[in-house]
Design a protein around this ligand. Sequence first.
Ligand SMILES: Nc1ncnc2c1ncn2[C@@H]1O[C@H](COP(=O)(O)OP(=O)(O)OP(=O)(O)O)[C@@H](O)[C@H]1O
Ligand SMILES: [Mg+2]
Length: 222
Amino acid sequence: MKKLRIEEVSKCFGKGENKVIVIDNVSFEVEQGAFVTILGPSGSGKTTLLRCICGIEDVDKGKIFIGNTEITTMNEEKRKKYRRENIGIVFQQYSLLPILNVQENILLPLKFNRMKLDAEYYNKIVALLGIDKKLKEKITSLSGGQQQRVAIARALITKPMLICADEPTGNLDQGNSREVIHLFQEIRSQFGTTIVMITHDENIAKQSDYTIRIQDGKIMKE
Ligand SMILES: Nc1ncnc2c1ncn2[C@@H]1O[C@H](COP(=O)(O)OP(=O)(O)OP(=O)(O)O)[C@@H](O)[C@H]1O
Ligand SMILES: [Mg+2]
């Protein structure tokens, strides 16, 4: 069985007396297809941990395996390629491109990876996310919640084996938030996708298979 495995990972920012340990010897592993939530106070290191898992940040110590692939030995270029091909990321700040319209933003990962569009799948996710009437619109004309849903669609479009989502329902009302969780659940059962999601919502955490609670960069024992 493929696993996501985090082994004794540490990450600091700054140097000398400004050095801050943000992730402090974190280890955990989850089965492929698991739905994991990460909870913790603001500033506890959740985003940093997620960025290490997707290989955006280099770790200072420790190993991260996605299935049999160790991403922590890869150089930045390799990690970037691996990430594009295998991981769907929903950033806390969305990171959409304002010069492209909604549809172009969602389809961009396919272009990067020279992958074919599965039109049926695309139509389904944009409809489920309630952005099917917005596809030709400019990103800047959308509300925060709508932008968040575009970012989610973009993360899902390549049918990645791992989805890393940073508070993907943070700007959504309860109904939309429920829809998004539903969609993630459905994608996971259909494709066996592992989902790692940061949230502040205990109700969402309850629906996940594992909850990782983090404080000051350390995992709290349940
Ligand atoms: N690039 C960076 N350079 C220096 N410090 C950083 C950097 N990124 C994060 N930090 C620091 O690391 C700590 C953890 O930040 P992080 O963004 O991981 O927290 P978080 O748990 O995601 O918080 P929030 O719930 O507010 O999103 C914070 O003190 C932050 O200031
Ligand atoms: Mg964060």
